[in-house]
Design a protein around this ligand. Structure first.
Ligand code: FES
Length: 366
């Protein structure tokens, strides 16, 4: 071991004021804990995504990372039982002259245990026919299903894509999936919002991984269908969109564009109006993910503010050849654009930031 390099962290009393403190020794971030009359010092940088361990909390002898709750022993730096190999460095320390000192050369080796997730693999499109994903966002009682106008047209668009355009198709109904709401990791720190999504990594029961897999790794075209509920897209749509923040967030935080050469189109069905505002929101979000749009990127239908006879609206949609043709034509425009993009392979995997969200300066400042 090299010669000891003792660093004065400051008055001991300051570190006794709370069970866990963040400290810096030169450029080294530390987590200093005070429990049962003893100090312990380990690295302040979490093995998972670099969270500030010294700003977390103590759970018994373990530090709990404030970002995603990984635990490390406050003295040994080892992960919680079952994950002992996942270790952060620990440091020698001493109390002298009323100060707490840490020996910076005493750091034990950091050892990260990989927690591989299948979604984290590089985005490489497998060869084959163009692939169309339908995302249904309507909510209903699955045991007692009812007619859904948006589902009707989405299903028709997919059937047409398969039969007329020889595309591979897949339908995902958000209503069939059990998934958690976004918990706002981005609000803790921009890098606490991770890809794959922090919830997906931590909760094997969360089923939004199916949407991530299909959207990022599988589809060339994504057709999103939503009803209008009080002037907005459905609550399930917004629940999904919040969780898709992790896909968009890779662009400003990692300069990594996960959505490449992909096309999105929308089917918006409302008993009442506000189609253009709903379409604007959907176009804005999917555009920020990196999707491209065909000319006339959405089809829509509503009966207007004063129409309350929704049973007749269902009948109208079911019987409307024009709306069904419109859905098929939307699929056709989207597939044509996707084929062109795939032939060119033109999409960037990173993006110049000047004038866009999250300048390099912002990233440097954190
Ligand atoms: S648990 Fe520490 S960064 Fe994720």
């Amino acid at each position: 071991m090299p010669d000891a390099q003792w660093f004065d962290l400051g008055p001991v009393e300051r570190f006794k004021e709370r069970p866990l403190s963040h400290a810096r020794a030169g450029g080294t971030a530390l987590a200093v804990s005070w429990l049962h009359g003893t100090f312990a010092v380990v690295s302040g940088v979490c093995n998972h995504a670099g969270g500030p361990l010294g700003e977390g909390r103590l759970d018994g002898e373990y530090l709990v990372c404030p970002w995603h709750n990984y635990k490390f022993h406050r003295a040994t730096g080892e992960g919680e039982p079952g994950f002992e190999e996942d270790r952060v460095p620990r440091f020698e320390h001493k109390v002298s002259g009323g100060s707490l000192w840490v020996n910076l050369t005493s750091a034990s080796a950091r050892h990260k245990t990989a927690h591989p997730h299948h979604l984290a693999r590089p985005v490489n499109r497998k060869p084959g026919a163009v692939r169309v994903l339908g995302l249904s966002t309507t909510a209903m009682d699955a045991k007692n299903p009812r007619f859904s106008a948006s589902d009707e047209l989405l299903t028709h668009a997919l059937e047409s894509a398969a039969s007329e355009l020889k595309a591979k198709t897949k339908l995902i109904k958000l209503n069939d999936l059990s998934f958690r709401t976004c918990e706002g990791y981005y609000s803790k720190h921009m890098r606490a919002c991770t890809w794959p999504c922090s919830i997906t990594q931590m909760d094997p029961k969360d089923q939004l991984d199916r949407v991530y897999e299909a959207l990022v790794h599988w589809a060339d075209v994504v057709l999103v269908a939503t009803p209008i509920r009080w002037g907005a897209a459905s609550s399930l749509y917004h629940k999904m969109v919040e969780r898709l923040n992790c896909v968009q967030n890779q662009i400003p935080t990692r300069n990594r564009v996960l959505i490449q050469n992909k096309v999105a189109g929308f089917i918006i069905m409302g008993g009442q109006d506000n189609i253009q505002a709903v379409a604007g929101g959907m176009l804005g979000f999917f555009g920020e993910l990196g999707f491209r749009f065909p000319q006339f990127p959405y089809i829509a239908h509503s009966r207007g503010w004063s129409a309350e006879d929704m049973d007749r609206n269902n009948e109208l949609v079911q019987r409307s050849a024009e709306l069904h043709e419109g859905a098929a034509a939307l699929a056709s425009r989207a597939v044509a654009l996707a084929r062109g993009l795939l032939a060119e392979e033109s999409a960037p995997a990173s993006i110049h930031r000047g004038g866009r969200k999250a300048h390099r300066e912002a990233a440097r400042a954190e």
